[in-house]
Design a protein around this ligand. Structure first.
Ligand SMILES: Nc1ncnc2c1ncn2[C@@H]1O[C@H](COP(=O)(O)OP(=O)(O)OP(=O)(O)O)[C@@H](O)[C@H]1O
Length: 720
């Protein structure tokens, strides 16, 4: 059986496998039926769903199903109950694959399924196959590594690592010395990734999305060929490989049969943000869409710039045989009626969409406001004062989110918040894992796991005093030679000494040897690496004391993972935005305002939401107005932002923008227009006002002159 092959982790040529389709599951394909009493408890849980949600839960499990789930209509809840229903019907939890957009969503759904089943008295289950596409791909590839000739110790390169490798190869090919400027390594990666994810030809991708790179196609092709070869030699996979190799595995009939037998049901959340490759993977996993459920909202598709295909949502039904059933969720539980009316009106202007109008029984609430003010400085003042006022009114800071189209839009606000000592956390800006010290520590673990990985190796070796790029390169070459064809460093393996004796070398070699085949859990491994790294940290950074806290947080996160492979894969694929993302930590329950890009706000909700810079040029962004489909995506971004609010929504319009790049003290500015996505005919759904409000009227002044208030009596009455 393949499972046996997998667990031995030895390579078996594909043609030596038995000819019969393989059934891998060594667990019973079904779980025991619910014990007495559990059925009643499950029925009570089911009764909390509305009719539309129940229709989704009850739809035939083996037939293709598409759910069009409007914003705030409870798709998480509904998917969770559909999973529970499958388990209740006897499907084994490890035959269910649940694919989500973020690790946070996967964890939430997994946790909810387990908690609800436990509360119904069902035996404890694990939902091991709930994760993002990429994390699930990594998990599968490790399972089948032996079969497909991949080292089970492969490491995953994140986008920065991949760009670094392309940079290295670009240099080796002499492309950085050309008379005309060759595309940067980030652009090269973006081109490569788009080709791989969309299945389009290189020529077409360059012409349509990177026209300034036209003429370089031949060189780019050579660069990409070298990139693929280098990754294979280093046993490194990039994000795209995780999906590509998964797809190629499905071309091998024996593996495809095995995968299809293992996973009888695949459920996909946020289908509107999947790309071509992901859609074709799903149909390869579940041919004709049998046992496939996809949930999404075309109105919230905001990732086309990364190759997502909103068209997947429109084409799903015909791609299935029999054609998929389509069910819609329209009852919104999140927002008050006036907020929903305005959001509905904004999205109704969209060119192409699945028809649906969201409704709510929450008739209360204020209309969203459009607040005009002078400029970004005024905006920063207004927003910080409002946050404080709401806090005075009883709302915690973390019930309030300030959203913006691009990370830089919050710059003035961040300064204003700092000056007023209002704590905030920013999501979608600098990520936790982008921090140099966190990358250093993770590089140690990755290098220990896969000593062929040059990008991680480069980073680690250069931590040692006196080691520069040249010495690091020599050392890495020596390591690769010494490893020969071994897939992992054998027990007792020590890295070869670099030619020149290095101070501190032995301590690093000992650490890597200990981590190469560890006996301790991954949390302890992080602590061991940290003990070695701490002195270098102190030498490298002035603010080492703060950074060390991040690394302790990293160790705490590591303690929650069953293996190092899983820890490294998931953190590389879907890093937490900030340490505070690990909300379980009671040490971190202080109050702070949320600042977030709209993209990072996806799937979340807050009582009070403020949207900054709702003007043309910012939303839609300047760079996204080249064609109709880009503009439509910008409209959906506004819709996503608006539908995050539960109670109040403020949309702020600074009227003047300072022009950047002018001499110090320059006062050139441009006047901005309200975003085109709120045209005059929609204004009646908003409460428009200016800040500061206009000067008081003559009548108001006269009333004030006649007014006499006994403040002293009011103060005394406080103690009556
Ligand atoms: N049947 C229900 N009864 C009461 N509340 C519900 C029900 N279903 C969902 N909710 C609530 O509705 C809110 C929105 O749910 P959820 O976050 O799952 O929405 P969503 O469909 O994922 O939204 P979006 O796509 O906008 O992120 C949550 O606060 C959830 O608790």
């Amino acid at each position: 059986m393949l499972r046996a092959v997998r667990s031995r982790r030895t390579r078996v040529p594909i043609n030596s496998l038995p000819a019969q389709p393989l059934v891998t599951s060594d667990v019973s394909p079904t779980t025991p039926l619910p014990p007495d009493g559990a059925a009643d408890a499950l029925a009570r849980l089911y009764a909390t769903l509305n009719d539309e949600q129940r229709a989704v839960v009850d739809a035939p499990a083996d037939l293709p199903l598409q759910v069009i789930a409007g914003a705030g209509t409870g798709k998480t809840n509904t998917l969770v109950h559909r999973v529970i229903r499958l388990i209740e019907r006897g499907v084994a939890p490890d035959a269910i694959m649940l694919l989500t957009f973020s690790r946070r969503a996967a964890e939430e759904m997994r946790g909810r399924v387990m908690r609800l089943l436990a509360s119904a008295g069902m035996p404890e289950i694990r939902l091991d196959w709930a994760g993002t596409f990429h994390a699930t791909g990594a998990q599968l590839l490790r399972d089948y590594a032996g079969v497909i000739g991949l080292s089970p110790n492969f490491t995953i390169a994140d986008r920065d690592d991949s760009a670094d490798l392309l940079g290295l190869l670009r240099h080796e090919l002499g492309l950085d010395e050309t008379a005309q400027r060759f595309p940067t390594r980030q652009t090269c990666l973006a081109i490569y990734s788009r080709v791989v994810n969309t299945g389009a030809a290189l020529q077409a991708v360059v012409a349509e999305h990177f026209p300034w790179c036209a003429g370089w196609e031949v060189q780019l092709k050579r660069l990409f060929a070298n990139y693929v070869a280098a990754k294979q030699a280093d046993q490194v996979l990039d994000y795209d490989d995780l999906l590509l190799i998964w797809e190629r595995m499905l071309d091998v009939p024996l593996i495809a049969d095995d995968l299809r037998a293992r996973f009888s049901h695949v459920l996909v959340d946020e289908y509107q943000d999947t790309n071509r490759l992901q859609a074709s993977l799903l149909f390869a996993m579940r041919p004709h869409g049998q046992g496939l459920t996809v949930v999404g909202d075309d109105a919230q598709s905001i990732y086309a710039f990364r190759g997502a295909e909103a068209a997947n949502m429109f084409e799903f039904v015909e791609q299935c045989t029999p054609a998929a059933t389509v069910l819609t969720l329209t009852r919104n539980y999140r927002s008050s009626a006036p907020l929903l009316a305005a959001s509905n009106a904004v999205i109704h202007e969209a060119a192409r969409r699945h028809p649906k109008t969201l409704w709510t029984t929450r008739a209360d609430g204020e209309a969203p406001s459009l607040v005009s003010l002078a400029d970004e400085t005024a905006q920063a003042d207004y927003v910080s004062l409002q946050a404080l006022a709401r806090r005075e009114g009883g709302a915690r800071l973390r019930d309030q989110a300030i959203l913006f189209r691009t990370g830089t839009h919050s710059a003035a606000l961040e300064v204003a918040l700092g000056a007023r000592r209002i704590p905030f956390r920013k999501f979608g800006g600098l990520k936790f894992l982008d921090a140099a010290h966190v990358r250093d520590l993770l590089a140690i673990l990755r290098f220990a796991q896969n000593p062929r990985e040059r990008v991680a190796g480069f980073r680690v070796l250069q931590l040692l005093p006196g080691v520069g790029a040249a010495t690091a390169a020599q050392t890495l070459a020596a390591i690769t030679t010494a490893l020969g064809s071994a897939v992992a460093p054998p027990r007792g393996f020590r890295l070869p000494e670099p030619k020149r004796a290095l101070a501190h070398w032995d301590a690093l070699a000992d650490l890597l040897a200990a981590l190469a085949q560890p006996v301790e859990p991954v949390g302890a491994q992080v602590e061991r690496a940290l003990a070695w790294y701490e002195p270098w940290l102190a030498a490298r950074f002035d603010d080492a004391a703060i950074r060390i806290e991040d690394l302790h947080a990293l160790a705490r996160i590591a303690h929650t993972y069953p293996s190092r492979e899983r820890f490294l894969a998931e953190l590389t694929l879907d890093p937490p935005d900030a340490v505070s993302d690990q909300a379980a930590d009671p040490m971190l329950d202080d109050d702070y305002l949320i600042l977030s890009t709209i993209h990072s706000a996806k799937g979340r909700e807050w009582r009070h939401v403020t949207l900054l810079n709702a003007v043309d040029g910012c939303l839609p962004a300047d760079m996204a107005t080249r064609n109709a489909s880009e503009l439509e995506e910008e409209r959906r971004l506004l819709y996503v932002a608006m539908t995050r609010a539960r109670e109040t929504l403020e949309i702020v319009l600074p009227l003047r923008f300072h022009v950047h790049q002018q001499a110090a003290g320059g006062d050139r500015h441009v006047f901005a227009q309200r975003t085109r996505f709120i045209p005059p005919k929609l204004l009646s759904l908003f409460d428009s006002r200016a800040w500061p409000s206009a000067a008081p009227s003559e009548t108001g002044r006269q009333a004030l002159a006649a007014l006499r208030v006994d403040i002293a009596a009011k103060l005394r009455s406080m103690w009556d």
